[in-house]
Design a protein. Structure first.
Length: 227
């Protein structure tokens, strides 16, 4: 049997190719996120499933899973993946999301999804970049979990300004009627995959559209969460 070896994406030391793409040492060295709210993914008191923010004003989704905060070293890898065309990172980054979900599933008994969707790009931005980074994360996750991935079920139908340059109110206006769901989701447990969740405005707008299409439960999975 042949054993193919590659290098860890972080420390560049050899690892087995069938592994995570990141060695166990570097995985343990990822910055601690502390105790997070399972609903919004923001810092919360220890052993508290939902923070006070979510008790008073919960986001429209039920659970948010993130692999780490938006900070080095994952923020650097994400930048390479998203803007430098380093799509070889996709499987390793997707596996980090999977590991985070499996951990939360053990703690909270999260259900396995029926359907995985990826946050869509406008066709013009997709053409410019050449790929949708969220789609590249969603495909291996759907394979590992043996659930359906529907790339055309969620579309971005209106070109919007870049979100990180806008304040909260501007972000909400910017996303108004920007997305369309193209199929009936009645009774389905849906996962939305995105690379980064910052304010949550994009995930919230998409979640509302998914709920209008009948989705029974929505989880948001992302690589990085701005904490």
């Amino acid at each position: 049997m042949f054993i193919f070896r590659t290098n860890c994406w972080l420390c560049q030391l050899p690892v087995v190719a069938q592994g995570r793409g990141i060695c166990s040492f570097c995985l343990r060295q990822l910055p601690s996120m502390g105790s997070l709210c399972s609903r919004c993914g923001l810092p919360a008191a220890p052993k508290t499933r939902e923070c006070g923010r979510c008790v008073q004003k919960p986001p429209p989704w039920q659970t948010l899973i993130c692999a780490n905060g938006y900070q080095p070293p994952l923020s650097r890898l994400l930048h390479q993946f998203k803007f430098s065309g380093n799509t070889a990172l996709a499987v390793m980054l997707a596996k980090l999301i999977l590991l985070s979900w499996l951990q939360q599933r053990r703690i909270y008994g999260l259900p396995r999804p029926d359907l995985i969707l990826s946050s869509p790009l406008h066709p013009q931005r997709l053409w410019s970049r050449g790929y949708n980074q969220s789609e590249l994360l969603a495909k291996p996750l759907s394979h590992w979990l043996s659930c359906h991935y529907a790339p055309d079920a969620l579309l971005r139908v209106r070109k919007t300004a870049v979100q990180h340059r806008l304040n909260h109110r501007q972000r909400q206006r910017n996303l108004h009627q920007a997305f369309r769901v193209t199929q009936d989701l009645s009774g389905l447990k849906v996962v939305l995959i995105d690379d980064v969740v910052t304010s949550g405005s994009t995930a919230a707008e998409i979640t509302r559209r998914l709920q209008q299409a009948g989705a029974a439960m929505i989880q948001v999975w992302c690589l990085c969460r701005t904490l």
